[in-house]
Design a protein around this ligand. Structure first.
Ligand SMILES: NC(=O)c1ccc[n+]([C@@H]2O[C@H](COP(=O)([O-])OP(=O)(O)OC[C@H]3O[C@@H](n4cnc5c(N)ncnc54)[C@H](OP(=O)(O)O)[C@@H]3O)[C@@H](O)[C@H]2O)c1
Length: 407
């Protein structure tokens, strides 16, 4: 018996898609450009951006035929211009140029700048109103309500790129909120999952950067070691999906193959599984609602033979609970949590504080912000940036109090 061909959800479109990659030189940015190069459908790269890495940005711009390449740091403009001389690719630098690049009409924009530095460019990408693939979780942590409101008003399609949120997006598949009981994010537990407090006290940046499963930028890798990354992801999930904070949970899963489970009210739990490789969620955001081929290693469950799960240990890794508290307190607390955490991670990488002091510093900054009356809900992105700057100042002041020089 011949089987009828299944009807397609969407037509295959062959017109080139215009795409931009913000944070192109980073771990997510480079994987994105690699996938764009492999996609069935032709793509025109509009803008690629970075902070200071002029050489790598120029190489990527040339390799992908970008229209413009933009650095956030104007001190490296000449270098970029010289690398791009004679290629016909525009070179620009500075925060305004970055926002202008993100605002250029494009069908799809990857937002993969690291940290709160991504707020303004991602905001600009959202305002131009097409598809935004969101890797930069700090945008939703610091300004989630404002972003989601703007996305609703502009009719922008937001596609989550964080592996757990991409997994939830796939497992939810547009389900009605009343059907969802819980969203359970998985956490690898990072390199220190089995370490005791004494070992954690003397953990070095090299040890913290040695993630067992994922290859990522430095900041998110340190966040994974403290479990702050999972805390930021809880806040991100709250804004992305129709759930309340008590419906979000975390389970440690050292193999990082199950990325998220959605528990439904009838007792079904739908999970998404894949190898720990960011190319899978990036590819899904690029091809959604279709799927594109990738060379990501396939899961061989018989070979893997077992998957482990355990509860997170809040005594050794208090960052997760701290983020949960900030989520309960509101946007201002989340903005302070994020800004203070970025300062603390930088200080740890510069060996100015120890590993356990990262979360301690963030907790003190949150207390300080509350005592100083700073936890007032920001009304717009400018107010978020003012609060973010105040949180950083507070955190740097604490670094000095701890007896360490600020970064
Ligand atoms: N890596 C992952 O697997 C992963 C997974 C989920 C979510 N994410 C999220 O995706 C984002 C990017 O992560 P990543 O690991 O790709 O980071 P990364 O490797 O450190 O790359 C960061 C990118 O942002 C640029 N950048 C840094 N500071 C900037 C600034 N002040 N202004 C403008 N651009 C700036 C960098 O440019 P330069 O090269 O010039 O410094 C680089 O292009 C983060 O928000 C992270 O939480 C990452």
């Amino acid at each position: 018996m011949q089987k009828a061909a299944p009807s397609r959800v969407t037509e295959t479109v062959t017109a080139p898609r215009r795409v931009s990659v913000l944070g192109a030189t980073g771990s997510v940015g480079r994987s994105t450009l690699e996938l764009i190069g492999l996609a069935d459908r032709p793509h025109t790269v509009v803008a690629v951006t970075a902070n200071r890495n002029a050489k790598r940005l120029a190489e990527l711009a040339v390799a992908h035929g970008a229209e413009t390449a933009v650095l956030a740091d104007p001190a490296h403009y000449r270098e970029l211009r010289d690398y791009l001389s004679g290629t016909g690719i525009e070179a620009a630098a500075g925060s305004e140029a970055l926002v202008e690049a993100a605002s250029r009409p494009a069908d799809w924009v990857m937002a993969a700048i690291m940290g709160a530095a991504g707020l303004r460019p991602t905001w600009a990408a959202v305002q131009q109103g097409t598809r935004v693939a969101l890797a930069n979780k700090e945008c939703l942590v610091s300004a989630g309500s404002l972003f989601m409101q703007a996305i609703g008003e502009r009719g922008t399609t937001l596609l989550p790129v964080d592996s757990e949120h991409s997994a939830a997006f796939q497992a939810l598949d547009g389900s009605r909120p009343e059907n969802i009981e819980q969203i359970i994010l998985t956490a690898s537990g990072g390199p220190f999952r089995t370490w005791d407090m004494n070992q954690l006290r003397s953990a070095t940046p090299e040890q913290a950067l040695n993630h067992p499963n994922w290859s990522m930028g430095d900041k998110i890798t340190i966040d994974s070691a403290t479990l702050m990354n999972k805390g930021l992801e809880l806040i991100e999930a709250y804004h992305l999906f129709p759930v309340e904070p008590h419906q979000l949970d975390v389970v440690v899963h050292p193999q990082s193959m199950v990325h998220c489970l959605v528990q439904y009210r009838d007792g079904s739990a739908l999970a998404q599984l894949s190898s720990p490789d960011m190319r899978t969620p990036i590819a899904y955001s690029l091809s959604w609602p279709e799927r594109m081929p990738t060379s990501v290693e396939r899961l061989n469950l018989a070979q893997i033979s077992r998957l482990d799960f355990e509860p997170p240990d809040n005594d050794r890794f208090p960052a997760l609970e701290l983020a949960r508290q900030a989520l309960e307190q509101g946007t201002a607390a989340c903005t302070v949590l994020n800004g203070a955490n970025e300062v603390a991670v930088e200080a740890f990488l510069a060996r100015n504080i120890g590993f356990l002091e990262i979360t301690r510093l963030v907790a003190h900054a949150l207390q300080g912000a509350e005592q100083a009356g700073l936890l007032v809900e920001p009304g717009d992105i400018d107010e978020v940036l003012v609060l973010d700057a105040a949180a950083r100042q507070l955190a740097r002041g604490l670094l000095n109090e701890y007896g360490h020089s600020s970064t």
